[in-house]
Design a protein around this ligand. Sequence first.
Ligand SMILES: NC(=O)C1=CN([C@@H]2O[C@H](COP(=O)(O)OP(=O)(O)OC[C@H]3O[C@@H](n4cnc5c(N)ncnc54)[C@H](O)[C@@H]3O)[C@@H](O)[C@H]2O)[C@@H](O)CC1
Ligand SMILES: [K+]
Length: 467
Amino acid sequence: MIPANAPILTAEQMVDAEQAVFASGVSQDELMERAGEAVARETARFAMGRPILILAGPGNNGGDAYVAARLLQREGLDVSVVATGAPKAGAAERMQALWHGATTSLYAARPRPVLVDGLFGTGLMRPLERGLAAVFADLCAQAEFTLSIDVPSGLDSDTGADLGAPAGIDVTLALGALKPGHLLDAGLERCGRILLADIGIDSDTGWRTAGRPQLVTPHAHSHKYSRGLVVVIEGAMPGAARLSALAAMTAGSGYVVLAGEKPWQGGPDALVRRAFGTSTDLAEFLEWDRIDAVVLGPGLGRDGNADGYLRAAFAAEKPLILDGDALSLLGTNAASWLQSRQAPTWLTPHSGEFDRMFGFDGSKIERTLAAARATGATIVHKGADTVMASPKGAVRVLAGGSSWLSTAGTGDVLAGVLAAQVAQGSKGVQAAEAAAWLHGRAARLAGPAFYADDMIKHISEAVGECL
Ligand SMILES: NC(=O)C1=CN([C@@H]2O[C@H](COP(=O)(O)OP(=O)(O)OC[C@H]3O[C@@H](n4cnc5c(N)ncnc54)[C@H](O)[C@@H]3O)[C@@H](O)[C@H]2O)[C@@H](O)CC1
Ligand SMILES: [K+]
């Protein structure tokens, strides 16, 4: 479980936020005391009287651990500390000096039912030393409950890369803000349930986890056009475009058109079909001023026709959602294609497509932001850790959704849900966030082993939860 609408800060941003707190008159010791209090409170709640082993590392994460040890012992709990190395000068050293209970070295440590991991937090700079990682993993495996302070030790807090973190952590108590590492890459599987402790720092950087959107019911005088008109362009593999079109219908659009050379005639009668002969005909149709959003890419194919459709879609200057094969056609030229566009664009690549299009370095958040800045488009970088970023720097992350989403066609459904949000007037990263949330919720409602068509039936129920 991951908190919704929670701020996300990198290690560097955490240091800046900490400096701002110090500048407001709060001492380093007081901030560490707040962090340690939160750790002690959550640990006591889960420990329910069982003996506790606290691992304290050399940095401020260890400092938090010493505070928690002192407070838990004061509560009458049976606490033992494992100290790994001398604490660094400052608050961590002072907190260690205030701890007067049982202390052992890592290699003399005996497992206890409750384990608190205060080895390393945002300051981890390299992989855990092998012996330490093995002992830590063993203590974790033998504990009945493990809580990590701020970040599981052995996880890169900025990227989620695995630097030796054990499996089996039950709760991670994030201090002040979530870190990218809680949500990305290996972090998704290593943190257990994530809780967020408020320690009084200002954590608004424009990056946060996705939350349930606030949608609106149609007005009394709403009509099919005012509710948003979506055009989905059909290509070589028409099933994918159909999934997008049906998803756009159930996500609240007033009018959905499936446009193709010979558009599919099965399915609901409410779906409007529009046949076109050539890409020139398509370009003319896309000039229609009623159109609010165009979806291109699901099942498009990559032949000469597809290229013509892409050019027609770009020429129309309508809000455009590009997915699948449209992204492959743009390839490494996406930035030059998109920079000249005036109308807004959303790109919805999965990681394979993203990596083929863009060569950026850094965490998934940093790479997605770089792509948004380079193209001027809102990027929905899909995956178990979906990262959405706008050119102006807003970031939303939706992580930990149904793993049953890993099936063909679910991306086409997302493109349709996104088009419905755009057509109804939602903008930029807000439209992406709403679409990703609705899509994730529909998948949850579909239960296990569903296929893409199934989840479409649950989109309107998900919409109903947002009114
Ligand atoms: N910045 C903030 O706003 C706050 C931070 N706090 C705590 O401070 C933590 C960050 O503290 P620090 O920056 O001191 O960093 P850490 O406590 O994560 O550890 C840094 C220390 O570990 C060493 N180190 C790094 N990687 C190592 C490795 N693989 N093997 C062995 N040694 C290694 C470093 O040389 C340094 O001495 C946070 O995670 C959080 O727990 C809290 O006390 C309160 C507020
Ligand atoms: K930790």
